[in-house]
Design a protein around this ligand. Structure first.
Ligand code: NAD
Length: 296
């Protein structure tokens, strides 16, 4: 089999800029109709460095498109009941269109209980069972932010999906599982034949090599190597990891779940890390918040 000589980037930063320009126009319309812009709140529990970075970039993105944003910082020691109480008051706050609780939470707090406590109409992360159910049935609701961002990225670059074999690696509730559902829906982007691979999958490379579209959300740095990828495949790398790099001023660099340098030359399209899925996840969050501000 001959290898594809060049590849193109699924540039999440550029795609986000285009979508966010439209979101900013939507924010102006909301403000003129409702007297205030869309308002998103982000709840951050504890001091985890990566979570803090993610939340801060979400808050910054809100400001850039003209949304109001509130960062709710809560101590690591907060009890589950206290957190649920805060969530109940945010559910009832008419000045707040949507909110997210940044995961992971400290181990003494039940994440499932917290996710269930967020009112479905304010669940702009799209994690609530009602929104997941709506997605499965193809009904209107809030799509989970990362898979929705990937769908948007594929749409932006007009990637052909109908009839393609899409392999998703990872079955988490927030990425892999909803991703597999979105790619199998009877619409564009979708209509794929989907294989969902996970930790119990046998002979993973024999499956990934068949993928026309390979979406990797496994959470292991540079796990996918060139021998696992079909020539000409479209590869979407969801993973994000900091690995030590003494050559960098920061002391680390970001890598994905895919070994980019050896995989990219085999691809027709590939989403890089950073600058691929990450910005699209935040863009989806903004889209969901705008939708909430317009009345769902
Ligand atoms: P997770 O740890 O919840 O799930 C990982 C999945 O990989 C599991 O379902 C597991 O079954 C599967 N898996 C583990 N080992 C495997 C193996 N050897 N073979 C096949 N499957 C295997 O992770 P997640 O929350 O879905 O996140 C995945 C990655 O994506 C992480 O690196 C995370 O940081 C990143 N992420 C990025 C964004 C973004 O916006 N860029 C958003 C969410 C998650």
């Amino acid at each position: 089999m001959s290898e594809v000589a060049t590849y193109q980037l699924l540039d999440g930063k550029r795609c986000s800029e285009a979508v966010r320009a439209d979101i900013a126009k939507g924010a102006v319309e909301v403000k003129s109709k409702r007297g205030r812009p869309p308002h998103l709140a982000a709840v951050l529990v504890g001091n985890d460095g990566a979570s803090k970075t993610y939340v801060e970039s979400k808050v910054k993105a809100c400001e850039e498109v003209g949304f109001r944003s509130t960062l709710v910082r809560l101590p690591e020691t907060i009890t589950e009941e206290e957190l649920l109480h805060r969530i109940a008051s945010m559910n009832a706050d008419p000045d707040l269109d949507g909110f997210i609780v940044q995961l992971p939470l400290p181990s003494h707090i039940d994440e499932e209980r917290v996710t269930l406590a967020i009112a479905a109409h304010k669940d702009v992360d799209g994690f609530h069972p009602e929104n997941i159910g709506r997605m499965v049935l193809g009904l209107d609701g809030y799509l989970p932010a990362t898979p929705a961002g990937i769908v948007e990225l594929l749409r932006h670059y007009r990637i052909e999906t109908a009839g393609k074999h899409c392999v998703v690696i990872g079955r988490s509730h927030i990425v892999g599982t909803p991703m597999s559902i979105l790619m199998s829906r009877n619409r564009y982007p979708g209509n794929c034949t989907v294989t969902l691979a996970h930790s119990r999958t046998q002979d993973l490379p024999a499956i990934t090599i068949q993928a026309d579209i390979l979406i990797v959300a496994i959470g292991k740095p540079e796990f996918v190597t060139a021998d696992m990828v079909k020539p000409g495949a479209v590869v979407v790398d969801v993973g994000i990891h900091r690995i030590t790099d003494t050559a960098k001023k920061s002391g680390y660099r970001l890598v994905g779940d895919v070994r980019f340098d050896e995989v990219a030359p085999k691809c027709s399209w590939i989403a890089p890390v950073p600058g691929g899925v990450g910005p699209m996840t935040i863009t989806s969050l903004l889209l969901n918040t705008l939708k909430a501000a317009k009345g769902g």
